[in-house]
Design a binder for this molecule. Structure first.
Ligand SMILES: Cc1cc2nc3c(=O)[nH]c(=O)nc-3n(C[C@H](O)[C@H](O)[C@H](O)COP(=O)(O)O)c2cc1C
Ligand code: SF4
Length: 435
């Protein structure tokens, strides 16, 4: 079994309680850091680890922290993004519900490094049962002296609050999240200024994903170098992958970065192969917001190298023949799946979730949904296929936030790699895969 940083104790009974968590070495990183390290030393260790943000974009966490405006005389905020609404992504709720103290410990470490005195976990409203688990764990942490005034007599004080989300996918975008946390409608802000300068209540703010934050206790206990020794050149450590779709063993797996995609799909340790012995058709590797790749390209790059689970390997070939690791929501489709129908499901989702501020996204997502529906129903034309490409090109890069890109990329890539299947829908005037 590969190194497990996040899931190693996940099956231990009673792990949500502070006693069991502490028995397994929990809160040792907080004790060490608050007694022996300065905030700058903590930040330096995180930078050294090479940890990249696990929320989707893969931005280096240490670098993001270094942008925080420390000169201005205002409070600083650290926010955990626990919105997790990306289709196919269910790793954060797995980790957060089964090991809440790991996340709380990470929040204390990050808040200390950034000089935050009040921090928030913004959790998707629908995950109400996890909100209860987190609030109970936060209470325990207060009672044990890990939160509140003068933590472990270090002179450092921190209050940690949970905030249920606004009930929209867009509230996971960090500036929409900040708006929502301020009590407003979750509309993304125009950037710059970035949250590191003008964030929550106009103050310097860092937003990180649950998985990013949950890595901090291990990094601070074992050192940035130990973390950087795991994984590949540009993708350090491990990654949680939530695997779903037409595989034998759907679930959340922790893999060391650099695991071959083929091994991940076919090995019994992970997905266990394709259901019913069917053939692999396509994978959407990073949640629904990334380009779709056909079997041959998700297993091997067009240069013939094995494709690996890492930021750099999945993107080999750019958008012509590559994709992105994104949030790690790994959606597998077998030969029985209709690409048009799957794309239609995504398009409906993005149309529904568009906040409506930018016309290319507001109108374009709706047009894409309508056209895909027409093609799937057997009433499309060849011109419709070109029209989809045209619309996706005009959405991409022309919107305030990346939701527009997220809607456009899967459609554009599906037509690039599966154009014949779209043409077959048009020619047969029905879905060729429907019975
Ligand atoms: C439409 C949209 C939805 C997003 N949803 C999430 C989410 O649910 N969770 C998350 O961590 N990041 C999400 N992000 C990314 C965040 O904006 C942000 O980059 C991330 O929380 C930063 O954390 P990280 O640096 O640790 O990855 C979303 C982005 C967009 C554009
Ligand atoms: S891209 Fe879409 S979701 Fe993002 S701000 Fe524009 S309209 Fe809203």
């Amino acid at each position: 079994m590969a190194t497990q940083i996040l899931l190693n104790n996940i099956e231990v009974p009673g792990l949500t309680g502070i006693e069991v968590y502490r028995k397994l070495g929990g809160y040792a990183a907080v004790e060490k850091v608050l007694k022996t390290m300065t905030p700058d030393e903590v930040s330096a260790e995180v930078k050294k680890s090479g940890l990249r943000g696990r929320g989707g974009a893969g931005f280096p966490a240490g670098m993001k922290w270094s942008f925080l405006d420390r000169k201005v005389d205002k409070p600083r905020y650290f926010i955990c993004n626990f919105d997790e609404s990306e289709p196919g992504t269910f790793k954060d709720r797995h980790l957060g519900s089964l090991n809440p103290h790991l996340l709380i410990e990470g929040m204390i470490l990050g808040s200390f490094a950034l000089g935050a005195r009040t921090s928030y976990i913004y959790i998707r409203g629908e995950l109400f049962y996890i909100l209860n688990i987190l609030e109970k764990a936060i209470d325990e942490a207060y009672r044990s002296g890990y939160l509140g005034e003068n933590i472990l007599n270090s002179g450092y004080s921190l209050d940690l609050h949970c905030h249920p989300g606004g009930g929209a996918y867009i509230c996971g975008e960090e500036t929409a999240l900040i708006e929502s946390l301020e009590g407003k409608r979750g509309n993304p802000r125009i950037k710059p200024p970035f949250p590191a300068v003008v964030g929550l209540y106009g103050c310097p703010t860092v937003v990180n994903n649950v998985e990013t934050i949950a890595n901090l206790p291990w990094i601070l206990q074992n050192g940035g170098d130990a973390y950087a020794a795991l994984g590949t050149q540009s993708s350090k450590g491990t990654k949680l992958i939530s695997a779903c779709g037409h595989i034998r063993k759907p679930g959340v797996y922790e893999v060391e970065m650099g695991l071959p995609v083929e091994e991940f799909i076919y090995s019994d340790q992970y997905c266990g192969g394709i259901r019913n012995g069917n053939k692999l058709k396509a994978v959407i590797a990073g949640g629904s917001s990334v380009p779709v790749l056909p079997a041959e390209l998700i297993l091997r790059t067009d240069r013939g190298e094995q494709r690996l689970l890492s930021y750099e390997s999945l993107s080999v070939g750019g958008f012509e023949s590559g994709t992105m690791l994104g949030s790690g929501g790994f959606i597998v489709l077998d030969e029985t799946a209709c690409i048009v129908k799957n794309l239609l499901t995504f398009a409906r989702f993005y149309h529904h979730e568009s906040c409506g501020q930018c016309s290319p996204c507001r109108e374009g997502t709706g047009w894409m949904e309508k056209i895909l529906q027409r093609i799937e129903n057997g009433r499309g034309t060849s011109k419709d296929i070109d029209l989809l490409v045209h619309i996706s090109k005009h959405i991409e890069g022309n919107t305030i936030c990346p939701l527009g890109d997220a809607a456009a990329w899967p459609v554009a890539s599906a037509i690039r790699h599966f154009r014949q299947e779209f043409e077959d829908h048009v020619k047969l005037q029905k879905c060729p895969l429907s019975r």
